[in-house]
Ligand binder design. Structure first.
Ligand code: UGA
Length: 432
């Protein structure tokens, strides 16, 4: 099938590349000419394990092309995927749909034959209706169908998530369109991914409802972690114990700092905005947002508990600064607030991050980036395991810190309490 993917951000680039890998003829479009130039030579604008190899392979096999010519790209294709950003409007807390509607207008101008317009951008309920309204005129009647097909990829695991999704959600009431989209996903359905055809509005809501549910699950275990900490219970045991109930499930029950990234914080707020518009009070999601906000103070309090009130000249090392492993994304990472706070308190901050130096900390003169763990940790007063990269999971703290008193604040609960105690390491986790 001839697919046109508009927007080569996270969702667009991963989906376009994976559809090409499944044997489709794909053209990925972006208005950023520099990005397209780089992509044509296989250079990837984001950090996503395995993606560059897959892009190069499909360029070589002539299954994927990159272009900044949106008009001709739309004209040549049968299925158009809208994969542009829907950033949060900071004033209204709603998803900003200007890019979605810009693309819709380009599609309208290039409807030379029947096309299926598939929206993969995360959008509030009724956006599909609005897209349809923009596209519709006398001439265009029967020339298009608008479908909602939300994306559930996680940064860092995106390729695996594409090829082995738990489910593919397709929102359309049109049987023929559903058959065509189903055939596109057939290789994944054959591998036992569930395919669910529903209404367009339901599909739009399923995306937000999924992210808000996961954010709530995390906030729930995070609050329980506070109780665990006060009552000498290890939250890891509680996560395991409740997760063994199949109705609850073990995943997304890892206690930690406030959740971050580009999706949960934005999508929970946008869902509230939509519900308010429909005059419905989503009090649980509101509590989730509030609990996550409150949690942002937790690391600061813990650091003061370990090092005392005065942090002047204290050497503090961060292992990882991104919001999660497998990505270079800093959006809503807890380090963004934490590091400037410690800097203001005149601590000396060092950080090691597998995806390299971060521009967010460039202007802070007492914050230094190191290219290896040992140098970053040497003689530190406190090591903070901020992000759970695999390379932080089996460290020999004594060897790398080379100090008598070893303080470790593990924000991801990677180590066994027993072993740390045995090795006389002053070890602090979260909720244990
Ligand atoms: C999330 C969803 O998991 C994807 O399904 C969805 O497609 C994506 O948003 C999106 O809407 O585009 P992502 O933001 O990449 O994916 O990251 P997650 O792995 O979900 O992690 C989000 C945050 O939750 C991170 O800060 C992570 O550290 C935190 N988290 C996750 C926990 O604190 N505990 C957990 O058990 C799991």
């Amino acid at each position: 099938m001839k697919l046109c993917i508009i927007g080569t951000g996270y969702v667009g680039l991963v989906s376009g590349t994976c559809f090409a890998e499944l044997g489709n003829n794909v053209i990925c479009v972006d208005k950023d000419k520099e990005k397209i130039k780089n992509l044509k030579s296989g250079k990837i604008p984001i950090f996503e394990p395995g993606l560059e190899e897959l892009v190069k392979k499909n360029i070589k096999h002539n299954r994927i092309k990159f272009s900044s010519d949106i008009n001709s790209s739309i004209k040549r294709s049968n299925i158009i995927f809208i994969c542009v950003g829907t950033p949060i409007n900071k004033k209204t807390n709603n998803a900003d749909l200007k890019y979605v509607f810009q693309v819709t207008r380009s599609i309208k101008n290039n409807l030379n034959k029947y096309k299926i317009i598939v929206n993969k951008s995360t959008v509030p309920i009724t956006t599909g209706d609005k897209i349809e309204k923009i596209l519709m005129n006398k001439k265009n009647r029967n020339k298009f169908e608008v479908v909602s097909n939300p994306e559930f990829l996680r940064e860092g695991d995106a390729i695996r998530d594409f090829f082995y999704p738990d489910r593919v959600i397709v929102g359309t009431n049109n049987k023929r369109t559903n058959r065509i989209i189903k055939s596109l996903y057939l290789p994944l359905i054959k591998k036992e991914s569930r395919y669910f055809n529903t209404s367009r509005r339901a599909a739009e809501l399923i995306k937000y409802a999924s992210n808000a549910f996961l954010a709530t699950k995390i906030s729930y275990i995070n609050e329980l972690a506070n109780l665990c900490e006060k009552s000498s219970v290890d939250v890891k045991d509680v996560s395991k114990g409740i997760g063994l109930d199949q109705r609850i499930g073990e995943r997304f029950l890892r206690a930690g700092p406030s959740y971050g990234g580009s999706c949960f914080p934005k999508d929970t707020k946008a869902l509230i905005h939509t519900a308010d518009k429909f005059k419905v009070n989503l009090s649980i999601v509101k509590s989730t947002i509030k609990a996550n906000e409150l949690r942002k103070n937790l690391p600061v309090n813990k650091i003061h508990k370990i090092l005392g009130k005065n942090l002047k000249n204290k050497k503090i090392t961060f292992l990882g600064v991104t919001f999660k492993p497998g990505t270079d994304d800093m959006r809503e990472s807890s380090s963004i607030k934490l590091i400037p706070y410690l800097h203001k308190k005149n601590a000396k901050i060092r950080y090691y991050e597998p995806t390299g130096e971060k521009k967010e900390f460039n202007k802070l003169k007492n914050v230094k980036f190191f290219t290896n763990i040992e140098d970053a940790c040497n003689s530190s007063d406190l090591i903070i395991i901020h992000t759970e990269w695999n390379e932080f999971k089996q460290l020999n703290f004594k060897k790398i810190i080379r100090k008598k008193k070893i303080n470790v604040f593990d924000m991801r609960n990677l180590y066994s309490l027993k072993k740390m105690k045995k090795n006389k390491i002053n070890y602090f986790g979260i909720g244990r």
